[in-house]
Ligand binder design. Structure first.
Ligand code: NZQ
Ligand code: ZN
Length: 384
């Protein structure tokens, strides 16, 4: 049975070519803006110039240098700046890391106490600065969701914060801003969005027909248009479809009323913290192993996936195995590795991965909460 749910999605999307100009109307004219960005891609691909033009009548201060897997120490410099300059609106321009980092800044600026407690101890967020964004990397869905993931390299922590108060008020989604993405980031984005959809779909059936069929639409779109982008990075339609697919992949529309897994993400975050692997690369390694380990609990939905998304025609006994095989083939087609060994990683640090996972997730994980430490260890070895 579908669980009860409340659904409210207040982020306004400005989708399409030239839509960055809209931020001039979307942000109040009297706002004091913190304009956040990453390592400089926006200054090379024309995005920054468009943002500058749109903000001609606004006051803003720039803060660049937010890293991939945004670093707490860097973000705290922005918090200090925002407090000193009494900034009251954040415009994040970049990928998921810039946006997630900006969500943390938005919560940390008015926070009384140690801001690290927000992600690490899940200290409640009572208020936050408003955020808008120009999303330049379709992947995380961060542009329309209420979560963020921040890292602290010194202690090998990668942890999440959640609050409706950090959901962006608006998201500019101009597919042409993604033409400049390196192939690795395009692939990462497609795989991340694919796995978000699986985390909400490949669980157990509750007869959520809309959620299932929306999810299948997202998966089919990524399967079709992801590879197109490897051959033709400036295909507008493919960029547009992948961009909207990534947004829908993690903006709650697929998750309401149905079970969620999220164990690949839980393990994946520890792998990024320990090995410095790209987020999507961790998922490509873990998902095939985890789904194989959990195959009986997921069999019905994997069978549905095999038939509806991978057009499997055989009998039911091998359908789930077929779906997992096709997932692996797709990740590899997108250029990601699906084994640790292919990344030159052995088992010598698995104990640290398990230790950090236990620190961050003291309870069992998975849609049935049936994955314990011993199971995670088996999954890590299956992924070698
Ligand atoms: O920093 P710049 O110079 O902008 O370059 C970035 C970065 O090097 C580059 N890039 C972004 N847009 C570009 C571009 N290069 C050329 N042209 C463009 N249009 O891409 C590199 C990677 O960017 P990043 O933001 O790190 O990637 P992504 O969007 O995949 O974000 C990954 C982060 O998001 C978290 C991940 O854990 C990771 O920390 N996630 C956030 C989620 C959420 N908020 O809901 C959910 C996800 O599961 C994920 O955990
Ligand atoms: Zn993800």
């Amino acid at each position: 049975m579908i669980s009860n749910f409340n659904f409210y999605l207040p982020t306004k999307a400005y989708f399409g070519k030239g839509q960055i100009a809209e931020i001039s109307m979307a942000i109040p004219k009297n706002a004091r803006i913190l304009l956040t960005y990453g390592g400089g891609s926006i200054k090379k691909n024309g995005v920054f110039e468009q943002v500058q033009n749109a903000l001609k009548e606004h006051f803003y201060i720039e803060f660049g240098g937010i890293e991939a897997n945004p670093e707490y120490e860097t973000l705290m410099k922005a918090v200090k700046l925002a407090r000193e300059e009494k900034l009251d609106f954040i415009l994040a321009v970049g990928g998921g890391s810039v946006l997630d980092g900006s969500k943390f800044i938005a919560a940390a600026v008015p926070f009384e106490g140690e801001p690290w407690d927000i992600p690490y101890k899940k200290a409640p967020i009572l208020t936050a600065l408003p955020i808008g964004c120009v999303m330049t990397l379709p992947a995380t869905g961060s542009e329309m969701n209420h979560r963020a993931v921040v890292s602290r390299r010194a202690t090998k922590d990668k942890v999440s914060l959640y609050s409706d108060l950090i959901r962006p008020q608006f998201a500019v989604l101009d597919p042409t801003t993604t033409f400049s993405l390196p192939a690795r980031q395009t692939s990462n984005g497609v795989v991340d969005a694919f796995v978000h959809t699986l985390e909400q779909y490949a669980t157990y059936p509750v007869n959520g027909k809309i959620q299932d069929r929306f999810a299948e639409g997202v998966l089919l779109t990524l399967l079709e248009d992801g590879p197109v982008l490897l051959d033709n990075p400036t295909d507008y339609d493919a960029r547009a479809n992948v961009m909207w697919a990534a947004t829908q992949g993690l903006n709650d529309i697929l998750s309401v009323g149905v079970p969620g897994d999220w164990s690949s993400h839980a393990i994946g975050h520890e792998l990024t913290a320990v090995y410095d692997l790209d987020h999507a690369q961790t998922l490509a390694i873990i998902v095939p192993a985890l789904f194989t380990h959990q195959i009986e609990g997921k069999r019905e939905k994997l069978t549905q996936l095999a038939r509806r998304v991978f057009y499997y025609q055989g009998d039911d006994t091998q359908a789930a195995e077929f779906a997992i095989q096709q997932i692996r083939i797709f990740f590899e087609r997108m250029g990601l590795k699906t084994h640790f060994s292919a990344m030159g990683i052995d088992d010598s640090q698995f104990s640290l991965v398990l230790q950090k996972l236990a620190e961050h997730r003291p309870r069992f994980i998975g849609e049935r909460q049936d994955i314990d430490q011993a199971a995670v260890k088996r999954i890590l070895y299956m992924a070698l």
